[in-house]
Ligand binder design. Structure first.
Ligand code: IMP
Ligand code: MG
Length: 181
C-alpha cells in the first residue's frame, strides 16, 4: 500500500466486480436502436471508463470532456467551467452516457446533464463510480452508481488530491497528515 494511504476503501477485486455489474446494466439498457457514446469526464474518470468500456458488449463510441469545479484542495469551488467541450456534428442522434468518477455536491453532473440536453443530444444519462449522497447541495440522482461511500476524501483509480495518486489501482483514504491546510 502507498505510504500516504491510511486505508483501502475499495480493492481492485471490488472495482472489477462493480465495473462488471454496471457494464451488464448498460448492456441491458442500450441493447437496441441506440447510438451509445460514453463521455469520459477527464481526468478523474479515465481509469474507470477504460475498465468499464472493456466490459460493455453493445456497440459504443467514446468521447471526452474536461470540466473544472475543484481547486487543488479537498473542497469545491462551486462554479463549473468547461475546459474541453463535446463537439460532434451527429449530436442529435447520440445517446450520451456521462462517465464520472465521483458525485459530491452534485453540481458537476447536474450542470453537465442540462448543458448536453440543451446542446441537442438525443438522450443524456449519467454513470458514476462513487457517490457521496450525504454531501449533496444540488438534488441529483445518477442513472448508474457503482458504490455509495461515506463523507471521506478518497484518491486512486483516477481520483486525485492535488493531481497525485491517480495511478493507484484501488480507492483509498489519505492519511490526515497529508492534508496540509
Ligand atoms: P461535485 O460537482 O461536487 O459533485 O464534484 C464532483 C467532482 O469533485 C468529481 O469529478 C471529482 O473530481 C471531485 N471530487 C469530489 N469528491 C472527491 C474525492 O473524495 N476525491 C477526489 N475528487 C473528488
Ligand atoms: Mg478531480
Amino acid at each position: 500500500m502507498h505510504k500516504d494511504i491510511g486505508k483501502i476503501l475499495i480493492t481492485e477485486k471490488e472495482l472489477d466486480e462493480v465495473t462488471a455489474r454496471i457494464a451488464a446494466e448498460i448492456d441491458r439498457d442500450y441493447a437496441d436502436g441506440k447510438k451509445l457514446v460514453l463521455v469520459c469526464i477527464l481526468k478523474g474518470s479515465l481509469m474507470f471508463m477504460s475498465d468499464l468500456m472493456k466490459k460493455i458488449t453493445v456497440p459504443l463510441e467514446i468521447d471526452c470532456m474536461r470540466v473544472s469545479s475543484y481547486g487543488c484542495g479537498t473542497t469545491s469551488s462551486g462554479a463549473i467551467n468547461i475546459i474541453l467541450d463535446l463537439i460532434r456534428p451527429d449530436l442529435a442522434e447520440c445517446d450520451l452516457l456521462i462517465i464520472e468518477d465521483i458525485i459530491d455536491s452534485g453540481s458537476t453532473l447536474s450542470y453537465l446533464t442540462r448543458y448536453l440536453v440543451n446542446k441537442g443530444a438525443r438522450s443524456v444519462r449519467t454513470c458514476t463510480l462513487l457517490d457521496k449522497p450525504s454531501r449533496r447541495k444540488v438534488q441529483f440522482v445518477p442513472d448508474y452508481v457503482g458504490i455509495e461511500i461515506p463523507d471521506e476524501f478518497v484518491v486512486g483509480y483516477g481520483l486525485d488530491y492535488a493531481e497525485n495518486y491517480r495511478a493507484l489501482p484501488y480507492v483509498g483514504v489519505l492519511k490526515p497528515e497529508i492534508y496540509s491546510e
